[in-house]
Design a protein around this ligand. Structure first.
Ligand SMILES: C[S@@+](CC[C@H](N)C(=O)[O-])C[C@H]1O[C@@H](n2cnc3c(N)ncnc32)[C@H](O)[C@@H]1O
Length: 277
């Protein structure tokens, strides 16, 4: 791949989605963009970048951005954050929001939907405690394609085998040919929307819990800081943020307080009493 084209793509992706392409990622670019080049009847990756260079902010730019995102996701990913959500965060929320009977959760890079749907299943476990409440899960992503898939709530056998306990498959899904379709009540709790984490969060409203998992790893420190500070600005004072297994706020943002004995989960203010241990 031509070095000039690689550098152009690096700048384009950094500006558009925050993705940092290190110089060793030529192979990744080729794997991701070659199928797209073929679909457009182009010979290879250099041709596709040349087309990007001349076409500016077209649909083509969207396709390249989406092709370069990593959409890997699974139900109840890493286990512990979801156990803590179910056993500590959610019961605390039900206590604290008893007056308004409302709470809002944001999955800030939701990919194909396994993360928000895992939360929807956990909230559904508590439906007797929250009759008449209006919980909301807002699930956003930069990829239109992945959001369209996520909205369907339909997963392959392989996807349901990754992280989903068999009892949950029985309780919340019905088989639909080669796919497993989630029940309507689980789908209906989640609202999917396009949102680029580089954009202003002003229109999103306030949230009680934010899952921002396995997306900051693709950004540089400055972008991570900007995203974390924006999340802090729309998180309730007693709100909680959950990051991915290899992500942290340390050395990046002072907006959050760690919870003793718990990795990757932070409060906006001190929340040791309710969540520690
Ligand atoms: C690896 S997936 C993580 C999915 C899920 N949070 C999880 O942990 O399983 C990363 C997602 O981040 C999305 N993404 C990448 N850059 C983004 C941006 N600037 N704004 C919003 N979403 C972005 C990608 O489209 C992808 O779906």
């Amino acid at each position: 791949m031509d070095q000039g084209n690689f550098e152009f793509l690096r700048g384009f992706l950094k500006g558009r989605s925050g993705l940092v392409l290190t110089p060793d990622k030529v192979y990744l670019v080729e794997t991701r963009l070659l199928p797209l080049a073929r679909r457009h009847g182009l010979d290879g990756v250099d041709e596709i970048i040349s087309k990007l260079r001349t076409s500016g902010g077209s649909d083509f730019a969207v396709e390249i951005t989406e092709a370069m995102t990593t959409n890997e996701s699974l139900f109840f990913r890493d286990g512990t954050p979801f156990t803590i959500f179910s056993e500590k965060i959610l019961p605390e929320l039900i206590k604290r929001r008893a007056d308004t009977k409302k709470f809002r959760i944001w999955c800030a890079a939701c990919s194909s939907g396994q993360e928000p749907y895992s939360l929807s299943m956990l909230i559904s476990d508590r439906k007797k405690d929250i009759t008449g409440w209006a919980p909301e899960i807002i699930a956003t992503d930069i990829s239109h394609d992945i959001l369209e898939r996520a909205k369907k709530g339909s997963f392959t056998q392989l996807e349901t085998q990754r992280g989903l306990p068999i009892q949950r498959l029985i309780d919340h899904f019905v088989q639909d040919g080669e796919y497993w379709k989630l029940n309507k009540d689980i789908i209906d709790l989640v609202k999917f929307e396009y949102f680029n984490l580089l954009d202003s969060v002003d229109g999103l409203g306030k949230f009680d819990v934010v899952f921002c998992r396995n997306v900051l790893i693709y950004f540089d420190i400055e972008t991570k800081k900007q995203v974390l500070d924006k999340i802090s600005s729309i998180l309730a004072p007693d709100g909680v943020i959950l990051l991915g297994g290899s992500e942290s706020v340390f050395g990046i943002s002072d907006s959050f307080a760690p919870i003793e004995g718990v990795r990757g989960i932070y409060c906006k203010q001190d929340c040791q009493d309710s969540l520690a241990g």
